[in-house]
Design a protein around this ligand. Structure first.
Ligand code: COA
Length: 266
């Protein structure tokens, strides 16, 4: 499908079958702010990436040198009433933020600049985050008279702890990339010119492994954060199911035959 607000690029890993799909949010003159059209396109692009067996890892980034995503599109929701506000959060969480988190393949956020409000919430929905050294992160919603509505109150506290999350949300301030690294909000910080190369390097390491096992690992880790779900029990179930996959047979055979595994993702 053709997109108005996204750029899609595929790259082979060089280390086996399958490749990396990079989804670039492309509204640089609006600092890649997430309007409803962009969220709808991201929903579609994520469905396509999940369904395509040749895609092993997804990278999400922002266009231009300045911003990953500077938030939800303030101009679009400024006139909303209560029910529209509630629907905006519910719809966005379902189409984009929960969708990213529940993808069957690893998703890396390449945070190339401002990640504010919905931008930080998008990065936090991704499974891994790599930031460029110019990145600035924050949840400034209370400065607009609203709160984070795309999962930020929950995911930030999970990543950095309740106290630091409260501080970031209450002050509406921005933290720099090195502070975000110290807090555990991002996995790596690199010079801006090296950002995609670092993400590709991580993706290449991931792609050596079984796609079916990676999908199971995502489900098991996520279960620990789902209210009412029993993460340990989910781990047992996912672990057991792995024994019925071709990837498990291939991985264990390759180990015993002292060769490199060639996973098919089945
Ligand atoms: N929604 C809608 N438009 C946004 C936006 C957002 N979240 N963030 C930036 N933009 C737009 C600006 O309105 C401006 O558009 P214009 O030229 O048509 O007026 C353009 O992007 C460039 O932004 P600008 O503010 O001029 O850049 P800056 O370098 O002076 O400041 C920021 C950068 C990120 C500090 C500033 O844009 C900002 O504070 N953005 C809002 C952040 C926010 O509160 N996000 C949470 C939303 S819930």
């Amino acid at each position: 499908m053709a997109f108005n607000n996204l750029l899609i690029a595929d790259e082979a890993s060089g280390s086996g079958p399958g490749g990396i799909r990079t989804i670039t949010i492309n509204r640089p003159d609006q600092l890649n702010a997430l309007n409803r059209a962009t969220i709808g396109e991201l929903d579609q692009a994520l469905n396509e990436a999940d369904a395509d067996k040749s895609v092993r890892v997804v990278i999400i980034t922002g266009s231009g040198p300045k911003a990953f995503v500077a938030g939800a599109d303030i101009k679009e929701f400024a006139h909303f009433a209560v029910e529209e506000g509630k629907a905006l959060a519910a719809d966005g969480q379902k189409k984009l933020f929960d969708h990213v988190e529940r993808m069957n393949k690893p998703v890396i956020a390449a945070v190339n600049g401002f990640a504010l409000g919905g931008g930080l919430e998008l990065a936090m929905s991704c499974h891994l985050r790599v930031a460029s050294d110019n990145a600035r992160m924050g949840l400034p919603e209370v400065s607009l008279g609203v709160i984070p509505g795309y999962g930020g109150t929950q995911r930030l506290a999970r990543l950095v702890g309740k106290g630091k999350a409260m501080e970031m949300i209450f002050t509406a301030g921005m933290i720099k990339a090195d502070e975000a690294l110290q807090w555990g909000l991002v996995n790596h910080v690199v010079p801006q010119a090296d950002l995609l190369a670092k993400c590709n390097e991580l993706a290449a390491a991931i792609m050596k492994n079984s796609p079916t096992a990676l999908a199971a690992a995502i489900r098991a880790v996520n279960a620990g954060y789902e209210p009412g779900a029993d993460g340990m029990q989910r781990e047992i179930e996912e672990f057991g199911k792995c024994f019925g996959t071709a990837d498990f047979k291939e991985g264990t055979s390759a180990f015993m035959e002292k060769r490199k595994a060639n996973f098919t993702g089945s």
